[in-house]
Design a binder for this molecule. Structure first.
Ligand code: SF4
Length: 63
């Protein structure tokens, strides 16, 4: 099973992920993206590839 996380150090607040998948990403208090739903869909995978700084990290979750 996979999970999605934001590398906050790399997020430049472009809004692409939030505007594209509002069920997965939202603005955090620090003005950067945060994950609100950990389900890794094909859409989320595509957005991770489109993030200009590679800040969206998808990893295998050991459970
Ligand atoms: S697409 Fe990447 S850089 Fe843009 S807001 Fe989302 S995580 Fe941040």
């Amino acid at each position: 099973m996979k999970k999605v996380e934001i590398n906050k150090d790399n997020c430049i607040s472009c809004g692409l992920c939030i505007n594209t998948a509002e069920n997965t990403f939202a603005w955090d208090d620090d003005g950067k993206s945060k994950v609100i739903n950990n389900e890794v869909t094909d859409e989320v995978t595509n957005i991770a590839e489109m993030c200009p700084t590679g800040a969206i990290v998808i990893t295998e979750k050991n459970e």
